[in-house]
Design a protein around this ligand. Structure first.
Ligand code: KG4
Ligand code: ZN
Length: 336
């Protein structure tokens, strides 16, 4: 009887997170220390501030995780860490901590791609079946990823400009919301209606790519023009109209991708997968148009950045024999 215990570390952006994952799919603990209150007044994540917070938090989080999981370092199988993509200074804090811990306790070191982590969050919900399609929607990424098997990632479509989460955050700034504004716009949208009819970018094009900068510009222009003419705007309807445009394009292109590729499952992952409207629309569209494809959307706490998803991905990397040496470096622009 084997008990595989992975200590996973995530520090790519503005959350310091440490998790202990048993046998690849059981979360013994998943500590997430968010720094968001330190960044809000700057309207975005300040890399230097983020690094400092990670330094302050990382050892405490590791100690707390082991205590909460009731696991000693000697019982661990391996240490996993995100090495990209992300902020270089933030990544380096997690990597240094992981190396030091691995060295001190003579444990293997598993390098994990943050975006693979977002997809493998789904593994904490249900066993994955291949081939599968993943819609990855976060603050920095919007892409459709085809996975023929574990560890194989083919980007079949992606955004040509802004990521979906980035569009949410920029539009939120115009509405005077604090960063990050995805969740608040989602809530506002549910109190409004699609009265402004923003464009649906690239919907007619026969590919799996996205574009959100045109929508963002339409939104900003509409608000500025109305403000200049002192015309009233209905915030709830603005949010609902923006969200309707984002969701329609994401859902439509994802359904098309799942019809084109022979997939058994669809995983929707990343911070924007927490969007209540997107989750509902995707569920409805898939049930209606592709009832044989199983939809997996991780619970909200596993959609945002967290170390449990890194541990889930690390389990697969370990099985594939993908280990790092102490030469492991941060790769801020890591792709699959
Ligand atoms: O994956 P994540 O936590 O960090 C990155 O790796 O980027 O994603 C953060 C993004 C932010 O842009 C945030 O506004 C967005 O996810 N987000 C949402 C919602 N919750 C978070 N966007 C839309 N609706 C939400 N409910
Ligand atoms: Zn992320």
């Amino acid at each position: 009887e084997t008990r595989e215990l992975i200590l996973a570390i995530e520090s790519s952006c503005d959350e310091t997170s440490v998790a202990v994952i048993e046998n690849g799919d059981q979360i013994l603990t998943n500590i997430v220390a968010s720094q968001i209150n330190s960044h809000k007044r700057f309207g975005g994540v300040v890399p230097e501030v983020a690094s400092r917070h990670h330094v302050e938090q990382i050892t405490l989080c590791i100690e707390e995780a082991l205590q909460e999981a009731n696991v000693t370092p000697e019982e661990l199988t391996a240490v996993a860490v995100t090495y990209g993509p992300g902020l270089v200074g933030s990544l380096l804090i997690g990597i240094s901590a992981a190396k030091a811990f691995a060295w001190a306790h003579q444990l293997p070191l598993i390098p994990v791609n943050h975006m693979a982590g977002h997809i493998y969050a789904a593994r904490l919900v249900k066993p994955l079946e291949f081939p599968l399609m993943a819609l990855l929607v976060s603050g920095g990424h919007t892409e459709l990823v085809y996975m023929a098997e574990d560890g194989s990632f083919e980007i079949i479509g992606e955004t040509r400009d802004d990521a979906a989460g980035e569009a949410y955050d920029k539009v939120g700034r115009v509405l005077g919301l604090s960063y990050p504004s995805g969740k608040e716009i989602d809530e506002l949208a549910h109190k409004g209606e699609d009265t402004y009819h923003f464009p649906r970018a690239m919907l007619k094009e026969d590919n799996f790519d996205f574009s959100f900068s045109g929508l963002k510009s339409s939104f900003i222009n509409l608000v500025h023009n109305a403000q200049q003419r002192e015309e009233p705007l209905v915030r709830e309807n603005l949010a609902a109209s923006f969200q309707a445009s984002v969701i329609e394009v994401l859902v439509e292109k994802t359904v098309r991708a799942c019809k084109t590729y022979p997939v058994k499952q669809l995983v929707v992952a990343g911070g924007v997968a927490a969007n209540v409207g997107l989750r509902a629309a995707m569920e409805e569209a898939m049930a209606e148009r592709l009832p044989d494809v199983e939809l997996i959307v991780p619970p909200l706490r596993l959609c945002g950045d967290n170390a449990a998803m890194i541990g889930a991905a690390a389990h697969v990397e370990l099985a594939l024999g993908n280990l790092a040496t102490y030469e492991l470096n941060a790769n801020p622009s890591l792709v699959f």
